[in-house]
Design a binder for this molecule. Structure first.
Ligand SMILES: [Zn+2]
Length: 133
C-alpha cells in the first residue's frame, strides 16, 4: 500500500493530513520521516515511499505551554504532544481538552488533523482525543 513519494513539501503534506490522508515518507529500512524530504534522515537513501499514517497515534510525551512566542501567544495555555503514528512521530497541539487539567496522558490515543492557529490562522497539526466522537 505504498506509492512513490511525491515530496510535495510541508504545505502539501498538511493538505493531505487535513483530508484525512496523512502519510509518512518511509525508506526500505522502515525509517519514517515527514515532507519535505528527499533522502532518509536516518540512512540517507533517496528511495522513499509514502505510507499512510495510523488512524490514531499514541501520546509519548506532552506538556502544557503557558507562555509562548508571539505566533502562539493567542493559543496559550495549550498542550503540545508528541504522538507515535506508526512510521513517524507527529508533534502537535492537543485540542478538545481542558489544557489546565492533566487531561492528556502518556499512552492516550489521539487523532491528527489540521486546524488554524488562534493568532494568525496559519495551519497547524492538531490532535483530538480519539474517543471524542
Ligand atoms: Zn532509512
Amino acid at each position: 500500500m505504498s506509492a512513490p513519494a511525491s515530496n510535495g513539501g510541508h504545505d502539501a503534506w498538511l493538505d493531505a493530513l487535513a483530508d484525512g490522508e496523512g502519510y509518512a515518507l518511509v525508506c526500505p529500512d522502515g525509517h519514517g520521516s515527514l515532507p519535505p524530504r528527499r533522502v532518509c534522515p536516518e540512512c540517507g537513501t533517496d528511495s522513499l515511499t509514502e505510507e499512510p499514517l495510523a488512524e490514531t497515534g499514541t501520546v509519548e510525551t506532552r506538556s502544557v505551554v503557558h507562555v509562548a512566542g508571539p505566533r502562539f501567544a493567542a493559543d496559550t495555555p495549550y498542550v503540545t504532544a508528541i504522538a507515535d503514528f506508526g512510521p513517524v512521530r507527529l508533534t502537535g497541539i492537543v485540542r478538545g481538552i481542558d489544557p489546565e487539567a492533566d487531561a492528556v496522558a502518556v499512552g492516550d490515543r489521539l487523532t491528527a488533523t489540521v486546524e488554524e492557529r488562534e493568532g494568525d490562522g496559519d495551519p497547524l497539526v492538531a490532535f483530538r482525543p480519539a474517543d471524542d466522537e
